[in-house]
Design a protein around this ligand. Structure first.
Ligand SMILES: Nc1ncnc2c1ncn2[C@@H]1O[C@H](COP(=O)(O)OP(=O)(O)O)[C@@H](O)[C@H]1O
Ligand SMILES: [Mg+2]
Length: 504
């Protein structure tokens, strides 16, 4: 009898299996008002800032403000039909996203939900979108380059892995192009990429994704999208979600590059939320903590010490200026947060100087240390001489009669400028850039008519391409290396032959 009773209990235990019968409590409150992109709720007890709340069982919302009698929420889903009186339930979870290598090649929203029609995202973990930046003691100096494939940037405004470099300029000046070219150039460079599209039109996002796909870049890139038509809460969360996804890979020892395109729209979405939540507006009606918002985001970009895996997170935030005003509120904030900026100038764009990078107004405060040594030989004083040329050219436009040496400086500068031109999405490898700059700075191009330069450039690249041994050494060569003499010899032969063609 005793035996039978015991087996009965066991049978019940078995039937219950691993049913979790721990008591649970839910804090349930009420929506008291719904606005454009936001809602107010009450009765949520000990709800925390940044916590996710479910409204009416279907709309996710993020706790932004906690007041004595109510909480302000940013809506994350379509809220049609949501109204006062609906149920608001705490989730006791902060906003988090799936992370892991399974996201590579995927297009997801800021909550990690697929937008590419593919299956669910395969992710080993979920990470909160807001995380503390790595402590200073875990950080190493920037020491390896991010090669953008754009000569004027790699030579004069070099970016290092773990750096934060701002890309700014007016609309339609090629900012997105610079960012996408950089991603395309990471093919085979052991650097994963995240393209975070913030508040753009769907057609722009679609064309960026298509560019990545066509060029095979989706094999190492993930795309995080919050479109302009999405809830401002989603736009607000997007760069933070993208950063957590990148950070996870950085902590696995990978190098990751994140493009935030663009943070102007992010700031605008945050301003919209803040105004709707009745936070006091400050300069340009932005809330007082907008600087803190962007600094805590970009502070998470770094290069970790080897003891911490040696990974890195490089941040390329994009900012749109209005009428070339670099001293507006958001541009000045971002300029001071980042380690340098690439300024694309609409005047250069109009003149067809593409990519329209304005060397005089661009700077990289840490990337020089990470630049390949070969650049020092060919680009060492290029920056200064190029700026001098630009001033001189502006001056010479007044029709002043020019002496011989000024004329030479101008002719030389025009060839440097021509050498910096690149077609859309065209990438040059580091040896190609170094050999081209060598040809310019050594004066080989000075006698060649400017309009012939593109063709000469192409033939030069073709001639040097088979010299793999030489090309391989170029980027690593010190200033007195024998390889420069060898290159000089190659160039002399090439240009002697060119001269022969042009003047038979
Ligand atoms: N290097 C380039 N060569 C030719 N056209 C370019 C180049 N860079 C940009 N463009 C053109 O400029 C336009 C605007 O570029 P985009 O990157 O979208 O600007 P932004 O992001 O600054 O608004 C693009 O449609 C593209 O055709
Ligand atoms: Mg753009």
């Amino acid at each position: 009898m005793q035996d039978a009773l015991e087996t009965g209990t066991q049978a019940v235990d078995r039937a219950l299996g691993d049913y979790d019968y721990a008591p649970t409590t839910e804090e349930v409150g009420r929506v008291i008002a719904v606005g454009e992109g936001i809602a107010w709720a009450e009765g949520l007890g000990a709800v925390g800032s940044g916590e996710l709340v479910k409204l009416a069982g279907r709309v996710s919302a993020l706790v932004m403000d906690i007041l004595p009698d109510k909480v302000g929420l940013a809506l994350l889903d379509d809220a049609t039909g949501l109204s006062a009186g609906d149920e608001a339930v705490r989730t006791e979870r902060v906003l988090d996203v799936p992370v892991g290598a399974g996201l590579v090649g995927r297009v997801v929203d800021p909550l990690g939900r697929p937008l590419d029609g593919g299956g669910p995202v395969d992710a080993p973990a979920r990470w909160p979108v807001e995380r503390d930046a790595p402590p200073i003691m875990h950080r190493a100096p920037v020491e390896r380059p991010v090669e953008t494939g754009i000569t004027v940037i790699d030579a004069l405004i070099p970016v290092g892995r773990g750096q934060r470099e701002l890309i700014l300029g007016d609309r339609q000046t090629g900012k997105t192009d610079v960012a996408l070219t950089t991603i395309l150039n990471q093919q085979g460079k052991d650097c994963l990429c995240v393209y975070c599209a913030v508040g753009q039109r769907s057609s722009s996002v679609a064309s960026a994704v298509e560019t990545l796909r066509q060029n095979g870049a989706l094999e190492y890139t993930m795309v995080v999208v919050a479109e302009g038509g999405d809830q401002p809460g989603m736009i607000y969360a997007a760069p933070f979600a993208a950063t957590s996804m990148a950070e996870y890979l950085m902590h696995e020892g990978r190098d990751v590059l994140v493009v935030y395109d663009d943070l102007t729209r992010h700031a605008v979405a945050y301003r919209q939320l803040s105004l709707l939540l009745r936070r006091p507006p400050g300069r340009e009606a932005f809330p007082g903590d907008i600087f803190y918002l962007h600094s805590r985001l970009l502070e998470r970009a770094t290069h970790l010490r080897d003891e911490h895996g040696g990974g890195s997170l490089t941040a390329l935030p994009v900012i749109e200026t209005e009428a070339q005003n670099l001293s507006a509120y958001i541009p000045t904030n971002l300029i001071s947060i980042t380690d340098g900026q690439i300024y694309v100038n609409p005047d250069l764009f109009r003149k067809g100087q593409l990519p329209a990078v304005d060397v005089g107004k661009s700077v990289s405060r840490v990337g020089g240390r990470a630049q390949h040594p070969g650049y020092r030989k060919v680009a060492g004083d290029l920056r200064l001489s190029y700026s001098q040329f630009q001033e001189l050219e502006a001056f010479a436009r007044f029709g002043t009669r020019l002496d011989e040496s000024t004329r030479k400086t101008l002719e030389h500068g025009r060839r440097v400028r021509e050498a910096f031109k690149q077609r859309r999405y065209e990438r040059l490898s580091a040896p190609e850039q170094v050999s081209l700059l060598f040809a310019v700075t050594s004066g080989f191009l000075d006698t060649i008519p400017v309009e012939n330069l593109p063709d000469v450039r192409k033939r030069l690249t073709q001639t040097l391409e088979p010299r793999e041994d030489l090309m391989e050494q170029l980027t690593q060569a010190g200033p007195d290396d024998g390889v420069w003499e060898e290159l000089q010899g190659e160039m002399e032969r090439f240009f002697a032959a060119e001269g022969g063609d042009d003047n038979p």
